[in-house]
Write a protein that binds this ligand. Structure first.
Ligand code: LLP
Length: 430
């Protein structure tokens, strides 16, 4: 259940009016609802109660220290993909021994750092990486806990850039080679086999790929349990969320209205996967990112100009693709809604675009919106996942601020960058 609603004509986050946030902290501004994040975590946790499970939040979705802290306080573990993410988890009060470390290109420094912090496991993505980790662990006189990431060759029917479980993707080790690699790992003196892992992609809105992948894995997992004594099976993340109609979806996490808007429900996900997993009698790890934080955040932006050309009407806003790159990179859909409620007003088709000097710098194309004037405030919905974490300084635009709301209170959790911040690490030689 997300907490963005109109109250007395104003879009609010929990009970904090978003226009107040924009006035107080400026725009572009990310605003997150702490209640939504905790609610999503608890719902998933409850739905999994029949399994011995661990929810390892995928930090890459939103790595703000306060977001990590909220989830750490709930008892979450973490799925990390870099030394930087591990550092953030520790700084936020998360437990490194509950971190699974994924990624095809872990460097020596990162591996040493993670070994020293005693992460729960390294998810091994290649045989060379396995050998490297064994060797690095030996040099530190440690045993590296590992799980091999299996590529089950299942199609996730999602955007090609976020599909990871097919043989043509760079991730994991092919399912038919995995037993042999475990065999090698068993003979290594400085690795300790702890589990097995998979992740087939992101923003998956059908149950089928999840079930297919787990079914494909089950015989292998059973074999690994008896041959190598694995303790856990990580089924990765990827649970899709509602983007279209996300504001009206109100008390639903997913919208299941008609076929075209079909989206997964939590009951469908756990109802189909738990029976398959339960029979394994293993600890099950999940790595949700978007599901926990996606609909818990919005990006607020102010309209600068409305430009009419013979072909189009452009609503030019002060947020750009550097602040939220999903539309440009994945043709991601985000609802665009005015902060002032405007029911029953005529709609016109507009493109909502940013100030960055690229034609790909848009948030919506040919979108029906009520009349918009310069100075109006808009919210780009469902921006809590892969929003700020993918932001950049392109066009030398300072990174936006981030605010966390709890009830009627808003706290700044990252201050806006200044121009001085932009050049802080630069040296003007000569
Ligand atoms: N586990 C692993 C190993 C992953 O690679 C990912 C995401 C997750 C878990 C979390 O997936 P989620 O539950 O959030 O779907 N920037 C893209 C999404 C990239 C996902 C990368 N890996 C987007 O904005 O759609």
């Amino acid at each position: 259940m997300h907490s963005f609603h109109y109250q007395r004509g104003k879009l609010t986050c929990e009970s904090y009016p978003l226009d107040k946030a924009a006035e107080r902290y400026g725009t572009p501004l990310y605003v997150y609802s702490s209640h939504t994040i905790v609610d999503h975590y608890q719902r998933l946790d409850r739905a999994l109660h029949e399994l011995h499970h661990e929810i390892c939040y995928a930090v890459k979705a939103n790595s703000n220290l306060s977001v990590i802290r909220l989830l750490a306080d709930q008892g979450a573990g973490f799925d990390i993909v870099s030394g930087g993410e591990l550092y953030r988890v520790i700084k936020a009060g998360g437990n490194p021994t509950k971190c699974t470390y994924a990624g095809v290109g872990k460097s020596r420094e990162e591996i040493e750092y993670a070994l020293r912090c005693e992460v729960l496991s390294f998810n091994i993505e290649s045989e060379q990486e396995l050998s490297a980790i064994d060797e690095i662990a030996r040099s530190l006189n440690k045993r590296a806990p590992i799980a091999i990431r299996v590529n089950p060759d299942v199609s996730a029917s999602t955007h090609k850039y976020i599909s990871t479980g097919k043989t043509e993707n760079k991730f994991g080790i092919a399912i038919d080679r995995v037993a042999e690699v475990y065999d090698r790992a068993q003979k290594m003196s400085n690795v300790r086999i702890r589990g097995v892992q998979m992740h087939i992609g992101s923003q998956i809105t059908e149950i089928k790929p999840f079930v297919q992948a787990i079914e494909k894995m089950v015989p292998l997992v059973r074999q690994l349990k008896s041959d190598c004594g694995i303790e856990f099976f990580s089924i990765g993340g990827g649970i899709g969320i509602v983007y279209r109609g996300s504001l009206e979806s109100g008390d639903k996490i997913w919208w299941k209205e008609d076929q075209s808007r079909h989206s997964l429900t939590i009951q469908e996900y756990t109802g189909a996967t738990i029976p398959l997993l339960k029979s394994l009698s293993l600890r099950v790890l999940l790595e949700p990112g978007r599901f926990l934080v996606g609909n818990a955040g919005v990006l607020l932006t102010r309209v600068l100009y409305v430009k009419k050309t013979p072909a189009k009407t452009f609503v030019i806003v002060d947020a750009g693709m550097n602040d939220l790159i999903r539309p440009a990179l994945y043709q991601g859909y985000h609802e665009v809604v005015p902060l002032r409620e405007s029911r029953d007003q005529p709609l016109t088709k507009v493109d909502v675009v940013g100030p960055v000097c690229e034609s790909g710098d848009f948030f919506a194309m040919d979108r029906d919106l009520v009349r918009i004037e310069p100075g109006d405030l808009l919210a780009l919905m469902s921006a809590g996942a892969y929003g700020f974490t993918m932001a950049s300084n392109y066009n030398s635009r300072p990174l936006p601020a981030e605010v966390l709301v709890s009830g009627s209170e808003a706290k700044i959790v990252r201050r806006r960058q200044s121009y001085a911040d932009l050049i802080e690490h630069e040296i003007a030689e000569g």
